[in-house]
Design a protein around this ligand. Structure first.
Ligand code: ADP
Ligand code: MG
Length: 468
């Protein structure tokens, strides 16, 4: 009997560690770039927690050094946000998947095996062949008025591959479910017919493959490989903007697939016509298919998503708490999930469900956080990258129309987001005088009152500034 209890509590401890790390990862993911997150946090886990000391096991020395030197602060902060008792993090090298359950020796330096659940975490179970993550499917996607068109189009594509909408182009802001939908299409196709060849690729990966193929003079091979697929999914196509060679290569692949009646699905953070320097022929190709946007979910949808995510984790959260989160986190489903994860992790750790008051306190930092502090430099950089122009050109004297307009938008955002004084705005943007800054801000304000597209554009830039 004793044995049983102790192994049971041992099991609980492991669950807690895993939950704790998953919740921390959820936060870490929000504060660094996706590429860094995947690079540095893949195959990591909490090997041990001993009072205030948490030991994280990592796959190799390289990662260890990197985490120690560069990410320790972020890791510690994320952990402390969940459990304040934590004071220190250490990193050890471990190969968690290969280690057999270790005898429960106290302070054993060997990490425990990774509990099954850990593999459910995003990047952990990606199919090598298709690049798809099985975690994303239609069943787990909540449909509401903000995404029903995109959802319906996605379903239709799975039912009539290459004969309903080709290409299907889904666009919308950060964290609103584009990747989820795209991957669901791929997973559904493979599930229905194992012989179908599906390839999911981010446009960054596609670009780097093209660049490498050009360097190695193996572009033909690349073309052949992509042309073999039945369904090609390219995520975040806006990153192709301005990369001529990649666009060229993509165009040929696109045409070849299209002509052979293969399905193409694309996503972007904005509609094709708002992607600067997208080649005209690509743009018109994209627009020739189906375009569907995803907007911010309404309250009911947010609540339904939270309920769904809670039940996926087999966790019952009181309605008032779910409503509180749904009311206060509005513009990003990923953040909605992050808030829920915190609540779940905290209740696992404290072994009891939190009260609304505690939740309010816990989420204070996330929810009422005045927008993250950003610098003028970041605003300028983001505007330049959004319109795909050179930062120097944006700041300096150029009077090209393509530059003047974004410059005015940069001025407007500096005023709106940072409350920068007019003279300071003028100085930051190439030593102009404050009258120019005032005119620019007023002009953009006037236009905003009439121009829906401009509203959307500025909203997208804002999103990017705060989600970087
Ligand atoms: P995007 O690619 O648009 O930035 P993601 O597809 O990565 O956004 O979504 C962010 C997170 O929110 C994911 O964990 C995803 O599962 C979840 N999510 C987004 N929309 C929904 C939805 N309608 N139903 C369930 N989960 C959603
Ligand atoms: Mg995405």
């Amino acid at each position: 009997m004793r044995e049983r209890t102790s192994s049971l509590s041992h099991f609980h401890q492991r669950m807690d560690r895993n939950q704790l790390w998953q919740a921390a990862l959820g936060e870490i993911e929000l504060s660094i770039s996706k590429a860094s997150f995947v690079t540095w946090f893949q195959n990591t886990e909490i090997a041990q927690q001993d009072g205030g000391l948490v030991t994280v096991s990592v796959p190799n020395n390289f990662v260890r050094e990197w985490l120690e030197n560069k990410y320790n602060k972020i890791v510690l902060r994320a952990l402390r946000n969940i459990s304040q008792e934590i004071k220190e993090v250490r990193y050890i090298i471990g190969t968690p998947k290969l280690v057999k359950p270790a005898p429960a020796v106290k302070k054993a330096p060997i990490p425990f095996p990774v509990p099954e659940e850990q593999f459910e975490f995003k990047e952990f179970s990606i199919d090598k062949e298709t690049n798809l993550n099985p975690r994303y499917n239609f069943d787990s996607f909540i449909v509401g008025s903000s995404n029903e068109l995109a959802h319906a189009a996605a379903i239709s594509v799975t039912e009539n591959l290459a004969s309903s909408y080709n290409p299907l182009f889904i666009y919308g802001g950060v964290g609103l479910g584009k990747t989820h939908l795209l991957q669901s299409i791929g997973n559904e196709i493979v599930r229905n017919d194992k012989r179908k060849k599906v390839c999911y690729v981010s446009s960054e990966k596609f670009t780097s493959e093209v660049v490498q193929a050009i360097r190695d003079q193996r572009t033909q091979e690349l073309k052949d490989r992509y042309r073999k697929v039945d369904l090609l999914i390219i995520d975040d196509i806006q990153f192709l903007s301005g990369k001529e060679k990649t666009q060229e290569e993509f165009f040929h692949t696109f045409n070849a697939l299209y002509e052979h009646n293969k399905q193409i699905v694309l996503s972007s953070d904005r509609p094709p016509k708002a992607i600067p320097t997208l080649e005209e022929r690509l743009r018109s190709r994209f627009e020739g298919g189906m375009m569907a946007d995803i907007s911010y979910p309404d309250f009911e949808t947010r609540l339904a998503i939270l309920k769904r995510k809670a039940s996926e984790r087999q966790f019952v959260v009181a309605p008032d708490i779910l409503e509180y989160i749904a009311t206060h986190v509005q513009k990003n489903v990923r953040e909605l999930e992050g808030a829920l994860n915190r609540v779940i992790a905290a209740s696992r750790i404290n072994k009891q469900a939190p009260q609304l008051l505690q939740v309010k306190e816990m989420l204070n930092a996330v929810i009422f956080q005045p927008k993250r502090v950003v610098s003028a430099k970041q605003v300028i950089k983001m505007v330049a990258s959004f319109y795909d122009i050179n930062e120097h050109e944006l700041i300096n004297r150029s009077r090209r129309k393509e530059v003047v307009y974004p410059r005015q938008i940069a001025m407007y955002l500096l005023r709106e987001e940072l409350r920068t004084s007019y003279p300071a705005i003028g100085t930051k943007l190439g030593g102009r005088d404050h009258t120019t800054a005032i005119h620019a801000c007023e002009k953009i304000e006037r236009e905003l009152a009439q121009n829906e597209n401009l509203n959307k554009e500025i909203e997208m830039i804002r999103n990017r500034i705060y989600s970087e």
